[in-house]
Design a protein around this ligand. Structure first.
Ligand code: PLP
Length: 389
């Protein structure tokens, strides 16, 4: 925890967090690049290709850095596929639990690889995909996962993701170019080892007939305790066993892990049995995973309640009663105008934010290694209005 905060202070010193417009998502180009270099080390040591999951981070300015290293993107439908094609270039891999007929023309237009979630969907669309020169794959259920939060467990009982071995009984596997599985969330390489073992047990007899296997996302490769060598060895062993088959990884989080913070200001301090700081931001609209997961983001200079002398509940500016970020303690009393820096906010943040309640969207700001601002996007009334009119 301490190390995490120290690192954040190094990448996001007051020199930059103190002078940006609030609220904002503040992104370090330097940290994105360092993350990509770790991912590239994995690519170079294994021959695996790594692509960015747009679901976690779909901000085109950042693609300029990421596309120097990664091989493309994974998309969840026509809209993300188009963003990938137009703003990232390189390979576009698209998967959805199901595609509508209306969507599928655009999916075809913008994707290179299309992955189907069922034999029904495969039978409906794969032929036209092949005729358009696309590669086609099947998402399979590897039958093992260790994700504890059910909201984020792609292999929970009753999951809607992926086919099971019995679904392939009467299926001609030669129609398929590859298999895809995704069973992890914020996990280390030891979990991949166990998922892969289960995947091979269930689907091993088909693997030699495929061109590629996609190991999905959820690999926390750029976290400081991640076992990169175990990942490399696991991929290399797998490739050797199956005739040098192409392996893909499609992390979202790992690409921009710790590469962004959220900077917000204290607007007021009130008291209602506990001291409450009202911020110029909102958990509900600006960092919805805080409420959905739920989790409490780390804040530079703050600790869990009771560790330091002054404890506050941090609340948002929406009218939702539960719009709280969490309860924290500080060494000094908070004052109106103080800035707070919430950590790890590049991922699953602005891709999920909303204009609910007319709360203004935070700016998105990038800075380089000399702490110069290189990109700033501000939002306005029209982003609220145009979304629904
Ligand atoms: C969400 C998702 C990813 C990315 O997951 P991260 O946890 O951000 O690495 C990759 N592939 C699929 C199919 C996903 O649904």
């Amino acid at each position: 925890m301490k190390k995490f905060i120290e690192l954040a202070e190094k990448y996001f010193p007051e020199e930059i967090t103190g002078r940006v417009k609030t609220p904002c998502y503040l992104i370090s180009e330097n940290k994105i690049e360092e993350n990509c270099q770790i991912l590239d080390h994995v690519q170079k040591s294994t021959g695996a290709k790594i692509i960015l999951a747009l679901k976690a981070f779909a901000q085109p300015y950042g693609f300029q850095i990421i596309k120097k290293y990664l091989h493309g993107v994974c998309a969840s439908g026509p809209v993300e596929a188009r963003l990938g094609r137009e703003e990232f270039g390189k390979e576009v891999h698209t998967f959805a639990p199901a595609f509508t007929e209306r969507q599928f023309d655009e999916v075809l237009q913008y994707s290179d690889f299309i992955i189907f979630n069922s034999i029904n969907q495969f039978n409906k669309y794969a032929k036209s995909a092949k005729l358009s020169g696309k590669q086609v794959g099947l998402r399979v259920n590897p039958g093992h996962s260790e994700v504890e939060v059910e909201l984020y467990d792609p292999c929970a009982v009753g999951s809607r993701f992926g086919i099971n071995p019995e679904d392939l009984k009467d299926f001609d596997i030669s129609q398929v170019d590859g298999f895809h599985f995704h069973a992890m969330c914020e996990q280390n390489a030891d979990v991949l080892v166990r998922v892969l073992e289960s995947f091979e047990k269930r689907f091993g007899k088909y693997i030699n007939k495929l061109k590629w296997v996609n190991f999905g996302g959820g690999h926390h490769i750029t976290r400081d305790d991640y076992d990169v060598n175990l990942l490399i060895n696991t991929i290399n062993t797998f490739r050797k066993k199956y005739d040098n088959i192409q392996v893909y990884l499609e992390p979202g989080e790992a690409v921009v892990l710790n590469a962004g913070v959220f900077v917000t200001e204290v607007l007021d301090i009130i008291s209602n049995g506990i001291d409450i700081a009202i911020l110029d931001s909102s958990a509900e609209t600006h960092m919805p995973d805080v409420l959905a997961m739920p989790y409490t983001p780390k804040i530079i200079g703050a600790e869990k309640p009771g560790v330091y002398k002054y404890t506050y509940k941090l609340g948002g500016i929406s009218c939702l009663a539960g719009d709280f970020i969490g309860t924290y303690s500080f060494k000094n009393p908070l004052k109106i105008g103080d800035r707070l820096v919430l950590l790890d906010m590049a991922l699953y943040s602005f891709v999920k934010n909303t204009t609910f309640n007319g709360i203004e969207l935070p700016s998105i700001i990038y800075f380089d290694r000399n702490f110069n601002i290189t990109y700033q996007k501000d939002f306005s009334y029209f982003d609220y209005k145009n979304r629904i009119s």
